[in-house]
Design a protein around this ligand. Sequence first.
Ligand code: PAF
Length: 303
Amino acid sequence: MIRIETSAELREVLGRFRADGRTIGFVPTMGYLHEGHLALCDAANAAADVVVMSIFVNPLQFGEGEDLDRYPRDLERDASLAAGRDVDILFTPDAGEIYPHGPVAVRVRAPGLEDRLCGAFRPGHFEGVLTVVAKLFNIVRPDVAVFGQKDLQQAALIRRMAQDLNFPVAIEIAPVVREPDGLALSSRNVYLSPAERASALALSRALAAAQAAFAAGQVEAGAVVAAARATLDAVPGVEVQYVELVDTQTLDTPAQARVGDAVAVAAFVGATRLIDNHVLDHSDNQVPWHDGDRAAGQSREPS
Ligand code: PAF
């Protein structure tokens, strides 16, 4: 694995790969890697010849009072995990490399889409995400870029940005990766105390309750959401920001739930903000991520 810190060197190295006819897969991250990120590397390796992972904690997507300063970082551990998953190039620019002229005057926004769901609670967050991803796309010029379904709104906005602004990149979305007990993997899980870790299971259990209601024939969005909400409200220490049924492409909120729509949730568990979602299907089995009989690190979405 080659480690690169500057855009100029990255462009030069990737230029050589491209000249050899090799395709480029890209996995943008903020580091503190877990199995969810590594599954994105697997998807990128399956889709392209050369895989670039970036690690950059993007100040532009953190609001005032958010966790920019204490966001977990461990570059050496990340580098060894990335190398173990066949990342070819690890790109670790600093803020001066990405924002050489200080705060950017020109930014990417998605009015009407960026201000719902998480965006309603994190003003400016998606402007920061879209702007840095646009810059990274222009630096890396990937053929394919892979993002996680856990960040459902981010995935929808990036897909839409690529379409609307004609970025010549295919966007792939990889499924949520969960612990055996259902907790969606997140770099922020490290903030949870053992008691909060137990309470955090309310999120995946809420999604399982929504799936169970839908599989039992409930299609009214309000009722599917209420099934999730009741589970969340029953757990002390969980402060819900939103639970919504959404179309994963448009982020619209349909009145009737359909296969392929997602139930999305955001909640504070103690001081830690967690998000999760589940794409509804017709499975009427017990949601398998609660049976605890699979190894950690697999995708846990019901099939
Ligand atoms: O999902 C993330 O880790 C970040 O939002 C991203 C896409 C790397 C942009 O900073």
